[in-house]
Design a protein around this ligand. Structure first.
Ligand code: ARG
Length: 252
């Protein structure tokens, strides 16, 4: 069965209430905040060998430090993160989730930790504009906002979903799809890694990326927002952002 955003909401709603979210006090008492992510999204969270790295990995660790706890990172497929959150497998998700009304029904979002957008990625010579993408096949990671956007702009026939970004990119390289739509900074890394084989096209939409907590977990949400505000102000966020992107990616 094809999983769509609405079945995600249903699944999340079904698991909601069966598990107890850990409040800020519970998290502090345990000394650990469990953070769910999909670590195949360079430069946000990814693995280098067995070590997790990335902008969101560093930011999450900074936020944990502000809360006075250690971060324990849990790597999962992207489309199971919000379900896992509502099943209490983690306290917080940091995995470049765009804030959407659909997701807001299932979880509560922190204030945005960066602003960015979905950009076309294609083989050299491939379609680089929205107009050129009409009638073409677009490969994307399942459960992402890119899928919804491409469906809206080009119809269901355009949509090809893959369990991971790596699989979608393989399909692009092999010519099974004409393009991908992916995060602006993911594309920068993909261009570097494929040396001249891929090019970037237009940005199709902008989004605000934020960190979900389980719906109703107010104490943790307030603390995460407070910690984010602190690092946005004290220069730590700016330093990280410059290091990973060469620019400050905070929402303006
Ligand atoms: N920004 C997109 C979304 O909100 C994609 C996020 C994908 N993240 C990841 N870690 N694979 O759906």
């Amino acid at each position: 069965m094809k999983r769509t955003l609405s079945t995600l909401t249903l699944l999340a709603a079904a698991t909601f209430g069966t598990a107890q979210a850990r409040s800020l006090a519970d998290v502090k008492a345990s000394g650990v905040i469990r953070i769910g992510t999909n670590a195949e999204f360079k430069p946000f969270t990814y693995f280098e060998g067995t070590t997790m790295k990335g902008f969101e990995y560093d930011l999450g660790n900074l936020l944990a430090k502000q809360l006075g706890v250690k971060a324990q990172w849990i790597n999962q497929p992207f489309d199971s993160l919000l379900i896992g959150l509502n099943a209490d497998r983690f306290d917080l998700v940091i995995s470049s989730h765009g804030i959407t009304p659909e997701r807001q029904k299932a979880v509560d979002f922190s204030n945005p930790h960066y602003c960015s957008g979905g950009v076309i990625l294609t083989r050299t010579g491939g379609p680089t504009t929205a107009a050129a993408l009409k009638g073409k096949k677009v490969g994307m990671q399942i459960g992402t906002t890119y899928v919804g956007q491409v469906r809206k702009m080009f119809g269901e026939n355009a949509v090809r979903t893959y369990p991971s970004n790596a699989a979608a990119q393989q399909a692009l390289m092999a010519g099974r799809v004409d393009a991908m739509v992916n995060e602006k900074f993911y594309n920068v890394e993909a261009l570097k890694a494929t040396k001249g084989k891929l090019v970037e096209g237009d940005m199709l939409f902008q989004e605000k990326l934020a960190m979900p907590v389980k719906k109703g977990n107010k104490t943790l949400l307030t603390a995460v927002n407070g910690a984010l505000a602190t690092v946005l102000k004290n220069g730590e966020y700016q330093k990280l952002s410059k290091q990973w992107f060469g620019q400050d990616v905070r929402c303006k």
